[in-house]
Ligand binder design. Structure first.
Ligand code: G3I
Ligand code: 9MR
Length: 609
């Protein structure tokens, strides 16, 4: 009797221990919540899981693939141990369950053709929602219709806007972010990124539409970009210099655009804004040349004038005047803006007097655009030699290597700054450029992992794009979303993302209680108070749009004309070679590439089809 009892106690204790052990190590799977492209690379991340096979179960309950995860390794930015699972071999569209040892890890894994087309269109459509000076009608905006705000046709010159007098007619353009300011520096990298996407994939974007009022017969992408270019052009003074921003003196409260009737000013004039403007206008001159030649000519003239002003005024720094509290976008290093403008003007005009040597190895952001010149140099080797290629690949190599362990993401601890999601997306663009110039699939695979990160495969287990994904931000710091009375925020917005800066943490009523975890990758709050982690901004959506757009276009069979990789639709649809000879070379399709195996060696058949 006693023996039996003892045995029971022992068994119960074991059961409790086992149960609590399982509870401690609860397995979680992190996926791209929007979906994976049918014929593309696919991966997910596990934490708290064993190394046992992961099963993918289709809607009929059949396990269609079983994959052994990688060994566990640590991702220090979130302080988690993670395993990676590559399920690229799953190539049948559908919704799948993800299981391990029969335990359900996810039920929302989606595989589809054009998996990112809808989120891409939504992220592009957001620029329409950000348009100043026009009413958003129900026809285009649906429930997000709103009255026009900020006509900006009679804007005062602040005393810092040197040389300006009277008032300026400066309508149109996109609101920068959750606030209603219009800032040239941030418009610079944003507008460039969208122009580059069109320039790299013109055929794809000539037919992609997302229900916006498009000017004339322009493709939607060019029409949307022109709405901001038209505003930017108004910000150039007659001497060629460009004003820094157009805002109120203070940030408005949580009101709709039409309710913000405070005086708006043209503020500052400086070297960063002027060179950024020159670069963007030089690219626009190429991109609109066929669709709207007179506009393209106007852009080129504006670019040249701005560049000359920058050369003559190489060090005019903007800082907020004492009475101005809106976004500063202050910068004191101008070499990067200068090399960006010079590279673009050289490519547009062919005039070698614009040539400047040296290439930046920094991932681009609004304050450091040297990397944008690096892109132009790397893809135009006849103009620039190999310096762009060298810088690009040096960085791409490091980024790619990070994506193969830990959480399977590219973001390292130092990348988590205000707007960290834009850092991620810009890393993705960098990797895509490495793919363009080398054709090496590993860079493409890493870029896809960046897209996965932004859409849910991250330690917060959320999609960073409003309205897209199983779990997304509901309370972004975005005045219209806060004030429009609609529960769901405006869709298609990329929120800033995690970091430990905590600039919005404090005791004032409008500040956040401390949401920081001590780890950069998880220091985030989906709260309206959090302008440091949960605001939205045009320069954060743009690199996401480029990344999702390029990956969609590549999957649809397009490629930039300068890229050396084979377009995906030129690959033969080979699913096994049943009738191959039993000896001699063998052709293998690994799901992504056509390979030849012979005498124990493997050959990539790129360029041979
Ligand atoms: O330059 C320093 C660098 O030397 C230092 O190592 C680093 C350490 O954190 O900080 C760098 O400064 C950062 C600066 O951006 C430049 O990158 C600041 O910490 C950081 O607070 C600052 O954040 C900017 C923020 O405005 C505050 O000025 C964001 O990049 C920028 O995206 C954001 O932009 C705002 C606009 O002002 C207004 N509209 C909304 C928009 C988005 O929140
Ligand atoms: O709403 C503002 C946001 O757009 C800016 O990015 C942010 C940082 O400059 O500032 C926000 O405005 C806050 C201001 O700085 C302090 N008072 C509260 C404002 C919003 O809650």
């Amino acid at each position: 009797m006693f023996g039996l009892r003892k045995k029971w106690v022992l068994m119960t204790t074991l059961a409790v221990l086992t149960f609590s052990g399982m509870a401690l190590a609860q397995a979680t799977a992190y996926i791209n919540q929007v979906g994976y492209q049918t014929n593309d690379v696919k991966s997910l991340t596990l934490t708290g899981a064993t190394g046992d096979p992961v099963e993918f179960v289709n809607s009929s309950g059949t396990t269609v693939l079983s994959v052994t995860p990688s060994n566990e390794s640590n991702y220090s930015a979130a302080d988690v141990n993670a395993r990676l699972v590559d399920f690229s071999n799953l190539k049948i569209p559908g919704i799948y369950q993800v299981k391990q040892n029969g335990n359900m890890l996810r039920q929302d894994l989606k595989i589809a053709d054009k998996a990112h087309e809808n989120v891409l269109k939504a992220a592009l459509k957001w620029y329409y929602y950000q348009r100043a000076s026009m009413e958003l009608t129900e026809l285009y905006a649906g429930q997000y219709k709103r009255a026009a705000g900020h006509m900006d046709n009679n804007v005062s010159f602040h005393s810092s806007a040197t040389g300006g007098s009277g008032t300026l007619n400066s309508p149109k353009g996109w609101y920068d972010a959750g606030d209603y300011g219009k800032y040239i520096v941030n418009s610079g990298i944003t507008t460039y990124t969208l122009l580059a996407l069109y320039e790299h994939y013109p055929q794809y974007f000539n037919s992609l539409k997302w229900n916006i009022p498009a000017e004339g017969s322009l493709p939607d992408l060019l029409a949307e970009i022109k709405y901001n270019l038209d505003w930017m052009l108004t910000m150039q003074a007659s001497d060629g210099g460009v004003y820094h921003k157009l805002t109120t003196l203070l940030f408005p409260g949580d009101i709709m655009p039409n309710e913000d009737t405070e005086t708006r000013y043209v503020i500052g004039k400086g070297t960063a804004a002027t060179f950024d403007f020159a670069a963007v206008m030089a690219v626009a001159a190429r991109v609109y040349k066929t669709a709207n030649p007179s506009f393209a000519a106007q852009c080129l003239e504006a670019a040249k004038k701005a560049y000359s002003w920058g050369i003559q005024n190489p060090n005019v720094r903007f800082t907020n005047p004492l009475d101005v509290k809106t976004g500063e976008y202050g910068d004191s290093h101008f070499d990067d803006e200068k090399s960006f403008a010079a590279a673009e003007l050289y490519v547009t005009t062919g005039d070698a007097s614009y040539k400047i040597s040296g290439a930046s190895a920094n991932i681009p952001n609004w304050a450091d655009v040297g990397g944008l010149a690096t892109y132009e140099k790397a893809i135009n080797q006849t103009h620039f030699g190999t310096e762009g290629v060298d810088s690009l690949l040096k960085v791409a190599y490091i980024l790619e290597s990070r994506s193969n362990s830990g959480f399977g993401v590219v973001m390292g601890g130092h990348d988590f700054v205000w707007g960290s999601n834009a850092v991620a997306a810009n890393q993705g663009i960098w990797l895509l450029h490495a793919y363009y110039i080398t054709g090496d699939e590993k860079y493409y695979t890493a870029a896809v992992k960046v897209l996965d990160y932004l859409l849910g495969k991250n330690p917060l287990n959320m999609s960073f794009v409003t309205g897209y994904g199983t779990k997304t931000a509901k309370n972004p710091h975005h005045r219209p979303s806060t004030d429009d009375g609609i529960y769901e925020p405006v869709p298609g917005m990329v929120v800033g993302g995690p970091h430990t800066g905590g600039e919005d943490v404090g005791s004032e009523t409008w500040q956040c209680s401390d949401y920081r975890t001590g780890k950069p990758a998880t220091s985030y709050t989906d709260s309206h108070c959090s302008y440091a982690t949960n605001e939205v901004a045009i320069n954060w959506n743009a690199p996401f749009v480029y990344l999702a757009g390029a990956i969609e276009a590549i999957n649809a069979g397009f490629k930039p004309d300068f890229a050396v990789f084979n377009s995906k639709n030129s690959l033969p649809q080979v699913r096994g070679f049943a009738a191959q000879p039993s000896s001699g070379p063998k052709l293998i399709f690994d799901g992504h590439r056509l390979l030849m195996k012979h005498n124990g060696k493997q050959y990539n058949l790129k360029g041979m089809q």
